[in-house]
Design a protein around this ligand. Structure first.
Ligand code: ARG
Length: 413
């Protein structure tokens, strides 16, 4: 008996995949696997009910803890791609690995997903699965299925798909973000109404301040109350979402090169990313901050690609981990007008001295203000020299002679 494991959500795509894997790919038996990365309960009910109606053997794997930890790792890397905090992207390898494990346990020789051939998720799933010797199957992509064909097929086969359920949007939800795409949103000029949002309220004039504590770059407490990673993210999604924090509307460049119009909600992610960056601003040196931007950008790119287990990421994380040893402290965040803005920060590792930087003190420790005069004389020397040559050329055209040694004006001029 041949078995295939299917990444199963209970939606239209994965529901039609069940009979297709038997009819078109010749498998005797299909098992469905749904991985919990913090989707709402209603999604599991839908998956459960659909599986039952299909007579599909259904497994649910809880990967919330692992996923939440990865989300917090991404905070240390200030990870975003084109403004999006990577919720869907980071979840995919976690989901793919969990399904692969079930597939192996259950003696499957095939593993399948319901992704189209246009998106990122097919690449992220298969990057994990193609490490195994299971047959990787993508019925929607390989058979060139459209939503219309799937609906007709489902009706013909009397498959348990609730006509039009889930609304007209294609939604992907997990702990870190909720993504909405499709339908009218495919027109970049279409201005969506409040109905596309689920986690965030339209911002009102109200404000609130909260204090987030970090230890070595990881957020650990809100207003002095410690939370484990899952609770922390869920708590902040609630609090920040009430102030309309973390809405993104962007034209996203997918890996295949297609642009797609994406709307996201990610209140906790935005809050934590802003707070973390504010704390780094206090404790890291200028050159660490500048160099870490390159590292963070690369980390984000690998995250977007679903290749978070690449050797490069391990190396990037070694750098990140070293910098995060001092990213301990608290940040005050104010929710206001749909923003989560850092309005205060404190750390025992601050690379900052109020006394030194102050307008109210005369010296910088043992350094006198006057010591900056020499620096000021040199500052911009090369540009002064280079510009003076072209200025002199222009002046010569007008019959005037100018000095070109670049050493600037005399002190008493
Ligand atoms: N474009 C995003 C990504 O590739 C999210 C896609 C989510 N899918 C959806 N059906 N809304 O990471």
């Amino acid at each position: 008996m041949t078995r295939v494991a299917l990444a199963f959500s209970g939606g239209l795509d994965t529901t039609v995949c069940v009979p297709l894997l038997e009819e078109e790919y010749g498998y005797d038996d299909v098992i469905g696997v749904t991985v919990d990365v913090g989707q709402p309960a209603s999604e599991f009910e839908e998956a459960e009910e659909t599986a039952e109606a299909l007579g599909l053997e259904h497994y649910v794997v809880d990967a919330k803890e692992e996923f939440a930890q990865l989300c917090l790792d991404s905070v240390r890397a200030n990870a975003t791609y084109q403004g999006y905090p990577l919720g869907t992207a980071l979840a995919r390898p976690v989901i793919a690995n969990a399904i692969l494990e079930v597939a192996k346990e259950q003696g499957c020789t095939g593993i399948a997903h319901g992704c189209t051939g246009k998106g990122n998720d097919q690449l992220r799933f298969e990057a994990v699965w193609r490490d195994s010797d299971l047959e990787v199957i993508a019925p929607v992509r390989e058979l060139g299925l459209t939503r219309e064909w799937e609906n007709e097929y489902a009706a013909e086969k009397d498959l348990p798909v609730e006509g039009g359920d889930g609304g007209k949007w294609s939604v992907d939800t997990n702990l870190w973000s909720r993504s909405v795409e499709g339908s009218e949103l495919e027109d970049p000029s279409y201005v969506p109404g409040e109905e596309i949002y689920n986690w965030t309220q339209a911002p009102t004039g109200e404000t609130q301040e909260i204090e987030i504590s970090f230890e070595k770059g990881y957020p650990v407490a809100v207003d002095g109350v410690e939370y484990d990673p899952i609770e922390l993210i869920e708590h902040l999604n609630g609090v920040a979402g009430a102030y309309g924090v973390g809405r993104t509307d962007s034209m996203e460049d997918r890996m295949l090169g297609l642009k797609v119009r994406e709307n996201y909600e990610h209140p906790a992610a935005t809050t934590l990313l802003n707070a973390h960056e504010a704390l780094e601003g206090l404790v890291l040196t200028q050159e660490e901050r500048e160099f870490k931007q390159l590292i963070d950008q690369r980390w984000s790119k690998k995250g977007y690609e679903g290749l978070i287990d690449a050797p490069l990421v391990k190396a990037l994380e070694a750098f990140i981990d070293e910098t995060q040893q001092r990213v301990t402290g608290t940040v005050t965040i104010r929710f206001e007008g749909g923003q989560a803005r850092a309005v205060g920060r404190d750390s025992e590792y601050a690379a900052y001295s109020a006394e030194h930087a102050s307008f109210d003190t005369e010296t910088v420790g043992k350094i006198d203000q006057e010591d900056a005069t020499g620096v000021a004389k040199y500052h911009g020397f090369q540009r002064r020299l280079a510009n003076s040559v072209t200025d002199a050329e222009d002046a010569a055209d007008e019959g005037v002679e100018l000095a070109t040694d670049g050493s600037g004006t005399d002190e008493d001029e």
